[in-house]
Ligand binder design. Sequence first.
Ligand code: FPP
Length: 228
Amino acid sequence: MTTTPLRHLAIIMDGNGRWAKQQGLGRTKGHEKGAEVIRQITTHCANHCDIQSITFYAFSTENWKRPKAEVAFLMKLLERYLRSELPRYQEHGIRFQAIGDLSSFSTALQEQIAKTQEATQHNTALTQVIALNYGGRQEITSAVNQLIAQGRSTLTPEDISHALQTPYSDIDLLIRTSGEERISNFLLWQLSYAEFYFSPTLWPDFTPKELEEIINNFKQRNRRFGGL
Ligand code: FPP
């Protein structure tokens, strides 16, 4: 039996491009459908799961290498998503937070992110964290640099944990879709004791039903955290 509840779920949403290709569509249609699935999973969890936070990997520090048009589309999609989601966040008590280096984004997107964070900051049903221009190594390096700038020389793991952008909790369960089995520089520090689940489903086909099955699987696992 699991020794801890599922408090923090992390998801690497992979397979949008392959899904679109299978349907004979352009890659951007896969991202559009992927955004709808983020909405469905978040709303489902706010209402039916006993989870405090879900962190979605939407854009990594390496994703800038994609064709310019695809990057531009993803930025617009995000802006549109946040604008259209606000009423739903309020209706279902969802708090929105972004992590990652947001300084490379357009002023309009940065403003939309700040506005959504502020408007939803007192919601308590679920925190939806979206990782944008995020890299786990960059997050750890920036936390350490911040502590050095404060004059610290010897650091403990707790010091680093508290200086991260995601200090509130470790990840209990990581799901990656599309059959790939990699972490891809996601939440490296916070995944130290996470359980991993790799699903063959392409992200646009992922459903609340499959999530529930994965959560049930997680509940059967014996988490020992290094103990016996
Ligand atoms: C991987 O699919 C997915 C991404 C690069 C980003 C995920 C983005 C979304 C779900 C939509 C935008 C997000 C928001 C918050 C509106 P891939 O393109 O790498 O798929 P492939 O490996 O099949 O090519």
